[in-house]
Design a protein around this ligand. Sequence first.
Ligand SMILES: Cc1ncc(COP(=O)(O)O)c(C=O)c1O
Length: 422
Amino acid sequence: MSAQEAVADARAERLRRLNTHLAAAKPSATYRMIDRVAERRASGARVISLCAGEPDFDTPAHVREAAIAAIRAGHTRYTQVAGLHALREAVAAKFKRENGLDVGWRSTIVCTGGKQVLFNALAATLNAGDEVVIPAPYWVSYPEMVQLCGARPITVACGEEVGFKLTPKALADAIGPRTRWVILNSPSNPTGAVYSPDELAALARVLLNHPHVLVMSDDIYEHLIFDGVCFHTIAQVEPRLASRTLTMNGVSKAYAMTGWRIGYATGPRWLLEAMEKLQGQQTSGACSIAQHAALAALAGPQDFVAATRAVFQRRRDEMLGMLSECTGLRCPAPSGAFYAFVSCEGLIGRTTSQGLRLVDDEAVANALLDEAGVAVMSGSAFGLGPFLRIAYALDSAALREACRAIRSFCESLTGGQHADGA
Ligand SMILES: Cc1ncc(COP(=O)(O)O)c(C=O)c1O
């Protein structure tokens, strides 16, 4: 047996010991890139990272103080599995105030991050052979979570020509007898696309014809929406869908609280109860101190939300201007979140100054890291290439420096474009 065969054999043996769904799952592409950035930095390279999906601001002071006060007051024990009553009241009030969803606190749940809301809902409902419709490009975790639950992600290509959004026809074509869920995410990670009320109403009309389908509305970027556009969620636009829609959200992006790990949702009671049952055997509920902090965030002053939205909109405009000066890149204007989804089609087939041929967007992202010191994600990791996802969650000076490095990189490329990759 060659050394290579022995390594492959050992790997196969390790995988055989794992749960088969986990063995088949891909690790998070974002975390892989973050690890590569750490490696480059450890070797002494300067890297500007535009790949992480988190705001660069500090959590608001009154929220941090609430957590400290919670510790001092001894709120350091297990809470109710579905979350502190006071926090669930605040979640219900938030859904009423901001989304027009008139739900009582019993129709809410608090989990350890929005990610756990999604995972619990899928794990509570999916069986082998079930299907979940996921518009692509998608957040990297959706297909993996579905697969981990033993079900099949059905990705639906939603290209630039449809604004990276699911159309009613594409949705209708994707739904079959085994469809259990459709996942909607607006504003979108990775494209920043935002569904208008009319677009949501058109999707809802299709969904009304398929009562066996549950709807997951991932609204985590709700507050990061630009140009004065108002956010809408599907259960608000079509109340007849509310009895089978899980409207999920969290404090991570709205209040710069990614590390606190608090997500929440509202939906039908039977589903929330199933999620609670699962959570009771899993985490026993979210961290008590983080729940007190989230309560302060949701029930306290909201000026932080508007202030950060204004900062992100300024950065988006600045980024769009700078990226438009990069030969070979093209950037449709995102309406929300803090990502630019940039076509790098014009770079494919070209060669870097270190002799690397850019065969696809993954090669472009790797070369940008190795040769320009800028970390971005490839669009392919999110189900659509050749694109780059560029997060603008850094201060303007760092963004300007990164864009200058990207521009020099683009200008330094040689050779023809759109080669056949042979
Ligand atoms: C689209 C989307 N949904 C959900 C989440 C989960 O957020 P969290 O678990 O931090 O609440 C993220 C995080 O990056 C995201 O991008």
